[in-house]
Design a protein around this ligand. Sequence first.
Ligand SMILES: Nc1ncnc2c1ncn2[C@@H]1O[C@H](COP(=O)(O)OP(=O)(O)OP(=O)(O)O)[C@@H](O)[C@H]1O
Ligand SMILES: [Mg+2]
Length: 308
Amino acid sequence: MGLSRILPRSRPVADEPAADELVAEVEPQPESAPHLRAVPAPEPAPAAEEQMMAKIIAFANQKGGVAKTTTTLNLGVALREMGNRILVVDLDPQGNLTMSQGMNPDAIERSMFDVLVHRVPISDVIHTVEVDIAVASIDLAGAELSLSALIGRERALEKALVEVRDRYEYILIDTPPSLGLLTINAFVAADGVIVPVQCEYLSLRGLVQLENTLAMVRENLNSKVHVEGIVPTMYDGRTLHAREAIEILEEHFGDLVYDTRIRKTVRYAEAPVKGSSVLRYDPSGPAAQAYRDLAKEVLDGAQAREHA
Ligand SMILES: Nc1ncnc2c1ncn2[C@@H]1O[C@H](COP(=O)(O)OP(=O)(O)OP(=O)(O)O)[C@@H](O)[C@H]1O
Ligand SMILES: [Mg+2]
């Protein structure tokens, strides 16, 4: 398959944030109101001496249905539980992330479409539910076409996030199942990419194409973006096939593969019907715990790189 040639075996060291990414301190805002209300400033900014910039992570895999959206939301909520300020961004015209937090993408007035195409401030489309979420609506499907005519079309999201980057520890971007302009926007804005991979042989093959696209983005648009980690999803340890898929993944991607296995369970499909993460839907179940474990690994990985 030749996968070993395309990615380093150990996790690369993340770059320091660029000086021009530092933005002014924001006045503290009152705690955001609950469900479905647009909030101008989601959470208070930290004191000047500990001014932080969110780490931006895109969740991508051009293969559909591999748990990109499930991972974006549940990892976000798990990181929130641990005391981090989290923004999740729904960059998929399907609006599944938006729906997973109980909102109807067909009934949303302003969304990431307006942010990317009409330069509406992203804070205008942020709602606070379990985490802060910048919502998608169905018209995001037209964003690729509208953006394609604009100068700086690949940097629309990166520019939009400058406004809020000092209000969060993590900004997590859910992307559509393609490597089109929306996903490229996510790669340009991101420090790292987490790739959810279904534990099946056929799912592994698409990773080559994903890495080729990332290499192109690194060369031309964002030199720091790298694969942060690979999350094996929908794992069924009873099948030999799933175990073999993990072996192949680890053989080719080494340390990039997280130790946490997200097992196959219907809980992940049930929770979005209730407009909820699995951490709220079934807080003490193993499905919720899996994303808490993953959150710890993501935090540990970030720390290891800081001290490297
Ligand atoms: N670990 C899991 N076990 C069983 N089902 C899962 C698991 N993770 C996600 N699912 C379910 O699989 C389906 C696809 O998941 P999800 O929507 O997160 O994938 P996706 O990669 O975002 O899909 P798309 O490419 O369409 O955006 C959903 O119905 C989800 O509830
Ligand atoms: Mg999705």
